[in-house]
Ligand binder design. Structure first.
Ligand SMILES: [Zn+2]
Length: 439
């Protein structure tokens, strides 16, 4: 209630100080459309529904968190999500062959623009992880509570609010609870979605908290596991054999000296190392896992080529040191996400920015890069951004992941305004999202 009033007040002020608002919030067209959408009583009702439903939404967030969804094992959570979509009116909400839950909300137009809005079902946590949500002084701890149970409930809140206000859009909307966002999932859910729906015109991922960080760059990543294998032997009797651990040491020393550009941001780290059997044995086996990331595919590939070369050199040097060729190397690609960017002047970025700013009541939403489902459409040249689901939190991907539902409703509210702007509010605005040329 309070919020709706403040939103409407902002809209009023926006009308009154049109020039100022335009200057502060946008270069592109959407400001008058934004005002029209905010002034619509049905939209007011929908925004109010989100605010009034804030507490229940958080209860459901906890409930979803407590349904385990390890990578490749999202099925139980997917079925819950499908049931919830059905309860919200999508009788034919379905689960595709990959495991994504998909519902289509028809618009009043020809089916386009077609906007997909997604949150991911999977977590990084393996089977058997205790996923019970615990509270301490208003802070909640639960693995996956923010990432991405928050996105999933924000998505349901948007659907519910659109029903509550009786909103019709011009374009169609695909609501998606997707699989395979984390780790070795390697965006398999997105790959399936964009293969089966090649006519999607724009994409929004709700992943992350707060609302003031908008990701219009998809950080690409390549990850490798290197396995070094040698003969192994007693540290004293068989001194003279190459060591798998020494080779890893050589490789890490070389990798540590790599130089990468700060813009586009390009990074690397040896994330894990293991190996050896005892202190008095020349190690027969050692492993290391390496993560490389960049906001540019070109830089990522350059870094990858250099790094692979250094690891091979390390093995060659360890063999040369002991005049042998007994040490070998296995290279396994364990992570592959494409990089991409949606230019800051694209309508989808402008719309998200304006929607977030109007809900936050300030023009400070920032653009940046992250690695999410939006990487895939970005890499295909489809306008895509990732936005936050609301609330605050931290310790991502750890069992101590925490979340606090501070102003959590801001997430679904700004997302709803974004959806309406992009898809067009029937009888009020035209869709800001362009229909892509048929291929
Ligand atoms: Zn996530």
């Amino acid at each position: 209630m309070t919020l709706t009033r403040s939103i409407l007040a902002i809209a009023f002020v926006a009308v009154a100080q049109h020039a100022l608002v335009q200057q502060a919030w946008a270069q592109a067209a959407p400001a008058p459309d934004l005002e029209a959408i905010l002034a619509d009583p049905k939209v007011g009702k929908s925004l109010e529904d989100i605010r009034a439903d804030d507490e229940r939404t958080f209860l459901e967030q906890k409930r979803i968190t407590e349904i385990p969804a390890p990578p490749f094992k999202e099925k139980v959570r997917a079925e819950y999500f499908q049931k919830r979509m059905q309860e919200l009116g999508f009788k034919d909400a379905s689960i595709d062959a990959e495991g994504n839950v998909i519902a289509r909300r028809k618009g009043t137009g020809s089916g386009h623009p077609l906007l997909a809005v997604a949150a991911h079902l999977d977590t990084v946590f393996p089977e058997g992880t205790d996923v019970t949500v615990k509270e301490k002084d208003g802070t909640f701890v639960g693995p996956g509570l923010g990432d991405d149970a928050r996105g999933l409930v924000a998505l349901l809140a948007i659907i519910k609010a659109m029903n509550a206000g009786g909103l019709s859009t011009v374009g169609d909307i695909l609501f998606v609870g997707d699989v395979g966002e984390e780790e070795l999932g390697n965006l398999r859910g997105m790959k399936a979605l964009f293969r089966d729906h090649a006519d999607i015109d724009g994409f929004i991922s709700i992943d992350g908290l707060g609302i003031d960080r908008i990701a219009n760059q998809g950080t690409g990543s390549h990850r490798y596991e290197f396995v070094f294998k040698g003969p192994g032997g007693h540290s004293f009797q068989e001194f003279g054999l190459p060591s798998a651990i020494h080779a890893v040491g050589r490789a890490i020393a070389k990798i540590s000296e790599l130089q990468t550009p700060t813009n586009p941001k390009t990074t690397f780290t040896v994330g894990t190392v293991s190996g050896g059997t005892s202190v008095n044995a020349i190690a027969a086996e050692a492993r290391m896992a390496v993560d490389m990331r960049s906001n540019s595919t070109e830089e990522l590939l350059k870094l990858e080529a250099k790094l692979l070369d250094l690891v091979k050199q390390a093995v060659a040097e360890e063999n040369a040191r002991w005049k042998t060729d007994k040490l070998t190397l296995d290279i396994k690609l364990i992570g592959d996400r494409p990089a991409g960017i949606t230019a800051a002047d694209q309508p989808i970025v402008q719309v998200v920015r304006n929607s977030v700013n109007v809900v936050r009541n300030g023009p400070n939403a920032t653009l940046g890069g992250s690695s999410t489902d939006a990487n895939l459409p970005m890499s295909l040249g489809i306008p895509a951004v990732t936005i936050g689901g609301g609330g605050e939190g931290g310790n991502w991907h750890s069992r101590n992941e925490w979340y606090k539902p501070t102003d959590a409703w801001m997430g679904p509210q700004s997302a709803l305004i974004t959806v309406l702007m992009l898809s067009g509010l029937d009888g009020v605005t035209k869709p800001a999202l362009a229909v892509r040329a048929a291929k």
